[in-house]
Ligand binder design. Structure first.
Ligand SMILES: [Zn+2]
Length: 212
């Protein structure tokens, strides 16, 4: 590669990195756009979370964070879509709309993995004997006894060189919704690189639900 080509390549990579940055409407800090929540505005002036960032039209960005989302006011939306007649008073609904969109994605994700899915304490404890990597998704209101049992099983696996990872996602009612049951304290899925998305959704969900 010549110096000129190397320079062009560097410039291209730098401009791509800059292009992928977006500024949060609420706190004005810049982040990688794929780590932010994209909002879109429909014809009737309603603003929606576009979690997968695929909806057509111009998007506006906000941190995946309860603090930033709850700081949004009508004026932010008017500034983002100057050409639209924005429906007023809807910013208070955005954190909940975003949480619903996220849990919907988690549900689709978990249900796609059906054959590796284990639901509830017994099925998950049984899965701990299997040698393949496992990802345990635990409800935040799971009891101490269950937590201890899972952590001990995880420690035994780790001594045997087997991979176990833990992830927290909402409470047992919400975890139940993911698998169409009433309440579920724990579930397990085969841990593959594809779970990167699930980890990200769960992290965003926690950031949305955290209180200051
Ligand atoms: Zn922000």
């Amino acid at each position: 590669m010549t110096d000129r080509m190397r320079n062009l390549d560097r410039q291209r990579r730098m401009s791509e990195a800059v292009k992928a940055q977006r500024r949060c409407m609420a706190c004005h800090s810049q982040h990688d756009k794929y780590e932010m929540l994209r909002l879109v505005c429909d014809e009737s002036g309603r603003v929606w979370p576009d979690v997968l960032q695929k909806a057509p039209g111009r998007g506006a960005y906000v941190c995946w964070d309860n603090t930033c989302l709850s700081r949004l006011r009508d004026r932010h939306l008017h500034a983002a879509w100057k050409d639209r007649d924005i429906m007023s008073g809807q910013t208070a609904k955005l954190p909940e709309r975003s949480a619903v969109a996220l849990s919907g994605l988690c549900r689709q994700y978990v249900q796609r993995q059906r054959h590796g899915l284990r639901i509830g304490r017994n099925a998950v404890m049984h899965r701990m004997w299997d040698r393949t990597p496992v990802l345990i998704v635990l409800a935040e209101d799971a009891g101490i006894a269950l937590r201890r049992q899972l952590l001990e099983a995880g420690a035994r696996r780790s001594e045997a060189g087997l991979a176990t990872d833990f992830l927290a996602f909402g409470d047992s009612a919400l975890l139940g919704e993911l698998v169409e049951r009433e309440k579920v304290s724990v579930l397990a899925v085969d841990d593959t690189p594809l779970n990167k998305k699930l980890r990200q959704y769960c992290m965003w969900y926690r950031q949305l639900k955290k209180t200051e």
